[in-house]
Design a protein around this ligand. Sequence first.
Ligand code: 3PG
Length: 219
Amino acid sequence: MYEPVVSDILTRIRRTRLVPIITIDDPSKAVPLVDALASGGLPCAEVTFRTASAAESLRRITGERPDLLVGAGTVLSPEQAALAQSCGARFVLSPGLNRRVVRWCQDHGLPIFPGVCTPTDIEMALEQGLEVVKVFPIEPIGGLPYLKAIAAPFPTLEYLPTGGISAANLAAYLSFDKVVACGGSWMTPAAWIAAGAFDRVRDAARDAVAAARPAAAGR
Ligand code: 3PG
């Protein structure tokens, strides 16, 4: 049950190559925000569980826009994973690798991409049967050279780097064939969301899609 779901979600993530990370304080902004991303060419998002509004925002998005691929981020406990799934999340990410969260998601058919930072983390991920992991926070820990260095001993794994990625360095990450997609919040800054500046979100998404295109074509 778990593997086919993961493969379906990964197919969709590989297609967009980019997962916008959104942190929402006001649930009424949730649907306009994902609409702006979708109109810029990104029909997907990770809603972080960093605010009290996360669950309600996720519920509204998945209820009103069921065709978008939307997951939950910053999931730190099995209870939060269960809440995310009940709100319609199609996948889960976490900043680190919590074995209980990974196990819960695997047991409940919810694709999980936990964060890793070191070769030891990666060995733990392999032990739990994972094939794709988030690498966080990629820029402060060494960027693409670091990712290539830690990926070398683990040829079967693939990566979702996040943390400090922007339109400026996106193409470089995507040109590495072990990178499934990149995650980032640069298209959805809090000030734009608060001001309802959804046209700016749409334009940033469009620019990001354009920045990702040469890398995709080159692979
Ligand atoms: C994450 O949750 O993966 C990070 O907050 C993303 O990092 P960024 O905000 O630098 O894009």
